[in-house]
Design a protein around this ligand. Structure first.
Ligand code: SF4
Length: 318
């Protein structure tokens, strides 16, 4: 079975994605900075781009694991011999070193903290070890490999699709046909969030049905948890749940449309309409802290200082 993505003509209208709506829901101002950066007034474009490129230790850890698994699957497409574990882990360490040395981390930039690459690498190694000792790894070697020529590994692009006619983005890690079914695997190195992940799986299933015309009962999406131990999450879906999912996507998309001055062109309302929602847990992980709180401007240059987001919230409210 050959899988081929449908190509859509460019349209400026916004498209739903789980991460877009999540950002919108958490903090409207962060949403504006993330998705409408060219409309940010009084801040040079290069500065916004620099902030958008900041990463975090959990994000980069996930990136390394994803890229090692991608390389592993591509290698498996060419040769089904067992992997050389020593070389496998050496490769992952080199990749981690490269990624961690090339990027600027939120923790460094705002809190002048040293990024502990060894601690991050320990987690990367645990994720990869959990994978190669898992039933999923055996299944890929035993059953899935038969149709390896038709695997779709980290397909390029943003995963544009249509969900019940609405524009959406569902980027999948790995799609593979096995005996007439389509399996979709999504690697996770962070914590288990079943509500969010079930919705993500529903999106994958709907995108697979829409993009490749595969029957619902032949689609098997699965989250593969790699840390702290191996685990899997699968969903059973029926027509009621699907309808509910499509209704949710529609409601969420319309909420995001309501912050556009021109929906078709995806032009946002003025930045003032996108309220800040400061909280210690959210702001500490946010790339745009210095735009909301000038006192937070690049601690790498100005030294370390404690900052109380709680008081900042009071200042904003009162
Ligand atoms: S720093 Fe806080 S309030 Fe400002 S955009 Fe980020 S999350 Fe929102």
């Amino acid at each position: 079975m050959e899988l081929k993505y449908e190509q859509y003509q460019f349209s400026p209208i916004l498209g739903w994605s789980i991460s877009r709506y999540e950002t919108f829901d958490k903090c409207k101002r962060q949403y504006f900075y993330s998705y409408y950066s060219k409309y940010v007034p009084d801040i040079p474009g290069y500065k916004i781009s620099k902030l958008k490129e900041l990463t975090s230790v959990p994000l980069e850890t996930g990136n390394v694991v994803h890229d090692v698994l991608e390389a592993f699957l591509r290698r498996l497409q060419k040769s089904d011999t067992d992997i050389d574990e020593k070389r496998f882990f050496e490769y992952s360490r080199k990749l981690a070193q490269r990624y961690f040395s090339e990027k600027t981390f939120i923790e460094q930039y705002y809190d002048n903290k040293t990024v502990e690459i060894e601690a991050a690498y320990e987690k990367i190694e645990t994720c990869l070890r959990n994978f190669i000792q898992s039933p999923c790894y055996n299944w890929i070697f035993m059953a899935a490999i038969r149709e390896r020529k038709n695997w779709m590994i980290e397909p390029p692009g943003f995963g544009e699709t249509r969900l019940n006619g609405m524009k959406a983005y569902c980027k999948m890690d790995f799609l593979l046909p096995v005996d007439g079914d389509i399996h979709i695997l999504d690697w996770k190195t962070g914590h288990r969030d079943e509500v969010k992940h079930k919705s993500q799986l529903m999106g994958y299933a709907a995108a697979t049905n829409s993009n490749f015309g595969i029957e619902w009962n032949r689609i098997c999406p699965k989250i593969v948890y790699l840390y702290p131990e191996f685990g899997e999450l699968e969903i059973q879906f029926d027509s009621d749940q699907l309808q509910q999912f499509f209704n949710t996507i529609k409601d969420q998309t319309e909420s995001m449309y309501s912050f556009c001055s021109n929906v078709e062109e995806n032009r946002p309302l003025p930045i003032e309409k996108f309220e800040k929602n400061p909280s210690p847990s959210l702001c500490r992980q946010c790339r745009f802290q210095e735009l909301c709180f000038p006192q937070r401007e690049n601690r790498m240059e100005h030294g370390n200082m404690d900052f109380d987001y709680g008081s900042a919230r009071q200042e904003l409210i009162f």
